[in-house]
Design a protein. Structure first.
Length: 315
């Protein structure tokens, strides 16, 4: 069996596949050459870069499985593939802790202006240094504040657990029922149950000190100008979910008017070229869609994907 891991696969996952007798090719074949090249493989694994659309599926009648390392299947024509008898698998839970930790990287950055002070340092001399000290004083703490989590699935819950561990209050909004408490696993094997509060959307956006989004891509933004107007002035917004869930133009206006104190963005409307106003904004901390890009998450993704592929072909 031949597997093309076109966007790469973690070394441990590759090894598991090879030990099970699979040939794994990690060459990154350009998109326009894939219809010809993929004919020689039984399965393809992708992350978010390679597109597996109808034309590619039609060109490769030998294809039996498409594996997505990660969650979002936006780059795969899943229904079309399934109708053609191709199995499509992904590894939804493997990256959740890493994405949740990135949310807090952005939150800590925002409350202490790290993104902006990094841009301004180093400076020469005491006067300039003291000016910076003054400019970046006035930070705040997360402890004791309310975080509103929109979308209480895998990553939303991981985010909530970190927040609860920091002594924050969690308001959670989802289309489905929100649990009344979450179990936190602490060092030394200690487990404690900590309450979360299920909130209506309006309650969440008006009460939260910080909002973190963890929903899939929707037809239109869930947060736009009208929602920003109802938020507490000085709120911090983090989006590590999907571009398009927050109206970027309204976000910049809310940052400029002071309603929003800072934003942390890992995802954008126009990836891979986010709008200039976002890139240059002093109140925005930016990362290039790296939520799942930790060594630990990539290893979990590779191992899970390998297991799914082995199970499928050895059935
Ligand atoms: P999930 O399916 O476990 O959770 C999503 C939750 O959102 C579900 O509970 C669902 O009921 C809820 N939801 C859907 N539409 C909603 C709406 N309109 N209002 C309120 N709730 C709604 O997904 P997940 O694994 O937690 O992933 C969340 C998001 O993070 C996805 O968009 C995913 O693509 C993205 N993601 C980003 C990165 C990254 O690198 N930044 C990595 C992994 C996942």
């Amino acid at each position: 069996m031949r597997i093309l891991a076109n966007d790469g696969i973690d070394a441990v996952g590759k090894q598991l596949l090879e030990q099970a007798g699979f040939f794994v090719d990690t060459n990154n074949i350009p998109q326009d050459q894939l219809p010809e090249a993929l004919k020689n493989y039984d399965a393809i694994t992708v992350r978010s870069a390679t597109q597996v659309r109808k034309d590619l599926i039609d060109a490769c009648p030998n294809l039996k499985l498409i594996g997505r390392g990660g969650v979002g299947m936006d780059n795969i024509d899943v229904v079309y593939a399934k109708n053609k008898g191709i199995t499509v698998v992904n590894t939804p839970a493997a990256s959740s802790p890493s994405v949740a930790e990135l949310v807090f990287a952005h939150l800590f950055t925002g409350i202490r202006f790290l993104h902006d002070s990094n841009r301004k340092m180093p400076v020469e001399g005491n006067t300039a240094f003291n000016k910076l000290k003054k400019a970046y004083a006035g930070g705040i703490e997360l402890k004791g504040k309310k975080i509103g989590i929109i979308g209480f699935g895998r990553i939303g819950r991981e985010t909530a657990k970190i927040a609860l561990g920091l002594g924050m209050e969690v308001l959670a909004y989802d289309l489905y029922e929100v649990p009344s408490e979450l179990e936190l696993s602490l060092a030394g094997g200690v487990k404690v149950n900590v309450p979360v509060r299920s909130a209506e959307f309006n309650e969440l956006i008006t009460e939260a000190d910080f909002i973190s989004l963890h929903i899939p891509f929707l037809d239109k933004p869930i947060i736009g100008a009208e929602e920003f107007r109802r938020m507490k002035p000085g709120i911090g917004i983090v989006n590590c979910s999907r571009g398009g869930t927050v109206d970027e133009k309204a976000l910049v206006e809310a940052l400029d008017s002071g309603i929003v104190a800072f934003a942390g963005l890992d995802v954008f409307d126009n990836e891979p070229t986010p709008a200039e106003e976002l890139l240059k904004h002093p109140k925005i901390s930016l990362t290039p869609h790296i939520g799942a890009a930790t060594n630990e998450a990539q290893e979990r993704i590779g191992v899970e994907l390998a297991g799914l592929i082995i199970d499928f072909f050895k059935k």
